[in-house]
Write a protein that binds this ligand. Sequence first.
Ligand code: ZN
Ligand code: ZN
Length: 107
Amino acid sequence: MMVVNAWLRYRSHAQGRLATQLVSPKAPVGRPRILSPAPRLSRVHHRSAPPREVRLDGHNHLPEWSQSRERCKAKDCSAPSYVKCAKCNKHLCLNKSRNCFARFHTA
Ligand SMILES: [Zn+2]
Ligand SMILES: [Zn+2]
């Protein structure tokens, strides 16, 4: 009797596990969205690439203290910095030895 009980418990346990596996769906990934054309305008606001015109326009590029320390995005520099440009949203050095902030916005 004990053996049967154990087997039944094992069986329901196994079924439970199987059901859980079947219920938890795997999100479909990598599905190409052919029908939606990429709007060109949204690219302008892309965080990672401020256009050269914006970077050099000299308007409202103010240093801002960031919560996170990230690598400097200026050319030939990858030092970690807390300072970032509020407009470009890019981390840039601004300290005693380096002013990548100015360099980034002038070249
Ligand atoms: Zn900037
Ligand atoms: Zn730097």
